[in-house]
Ligand binder design. Structure first.
Ligand code: PMV
Length: 298
């Protein structure tokens, strides 16, 4: 005889965030971007329960996951009834580290797990598009490609191309969160489109090819990242705090630094190719929460 109160079925999935090493904004217009998965994750748990799709109120840490579009976005991947969704994210929200993409891919994995499946990277990538469109309008797809595949990727939307970039040596990075951007990614992308800085976007695309070569051969990459930052300033997506954080981290010993993601606030990162990371971390902390990350060589 079935138990009167069967334990609800539940399943979980996780996925990493990302840092765009080169090529943000230009990737929206068909250029290649280089992006790395980072060891910070979004975790999603789905629990069967009667009633409309809902978010577990206990999971909603106000600094992290209370984006009012989240439930709408989850509704693109999940049925309208019968599930409670718990989201826990180690990633800062809306700051350029791909938190929405990580939640999308984690949700695809959790849904698969609930049905005894383990969706592969291509399936995760294809399914997560729908949720990313809610957050980003017309995303290039680079965020959730990295979240679904991990590692360091070369990514192009038009014509579509994705491949793993094998780092010749590990990348030691210091990341700083300079504060929440005043605009969403969709608004930042629309602002760039309105300003139409096509020549600079072409130069950002060409620079991403040089970053690819440097990372693949072990040549110095820092100065290229700083060049990329200057181009992002030109297209109007940097802020005073991002500029100052990059300058300070370079003065403290980083070989280069740039904002990452849509800009308008959020994160910047520096690469430390010689010497200690500690002074760079100290410099970064003057601008907000900061931490070290290593992207491993393949
Ligand atoms: O800030 P994020 O993590 O949403 O990254 C956006 C990257 C852009 O190139 C600006 C937009 C895109 O869709 O690629």
């Amino acid at each position: 005889m079935p138990s009167p109160n069967p334990t609800p079925r539940s399943a979980s999935g996780s996925a990493p965030g990302k840092l765009i090493l080169a090529g943000e904004h230009a990737v929206v217009y068909g250029h290649r971007a280089i992006a790395a998965a980072v060891p910070l994750f979004a975790h999603v748990t789905l629990t069967e329960q009667p009633g409309p799709l809902c978010l577990d109120p206990l999971c909603l840490d106000p600094t992290r996951t209370t984006d009012d579009r989240l439930l709408t976005a989850l509704g693109t991947l999940l049925p309208a009834d019968g599930l409670c969704v718990s989201v826990r994210s180690e990633l800062p929200v809306g700051a350029g580290m791909g938190s929405s993409a990580a939640i999308a891919v984690a949700t695809v994995r959790a849904w698969g797990a609930l049905h005894g499946e383990s969706p592969g990277p291509d399936t995760c990538f294809e399914r997560a598009w729908a949720m990313e469109r809610v957050f980003h309008g017309n995303p290039s797809g680079v965020d959730h490609a990295v979240s679904a595949r991990g590692g360091v990727l070369r990514y192009r939307r038009d014509p579509f191309e994705v491949s793993t970039l094998r780092l010749a040596r590990p990348l030691r990075l210091v990341v700083v969160h300079t504060g929440p951007p005043a605009w969403t990614t969709a608004q930042m992308v629309a602002g760039v489109r309105d300003r139409a800085p096509w020549a600079t976007l072409d130069r950002i695309g060409a620079l991403a090819e040089r970053v690819d070569h440097a990372l693949s051969t072990g040549a110095a990459v820092g100065p290229l990242l700083s060049e990329n930052h200057a181009m992002l300033q030109e297209i109007g997506v940097s802020t005073h705090a991002l500029d100052e954080a990059c300058i300070s981290m370079c003065r403290a010993g980083a070989s280069g630094a740039k904002l990452a993601g849509a800009g308008g606030g959020g994160i910047a990162f520096a690469v430390v190719e010689a010497g200690e990371t500690a002074p760079v971390l100290d410099a970064a902390r003057r601008f907000g929460p900061a931490w070290e990350l290593t992207v491993a060589a393949a």
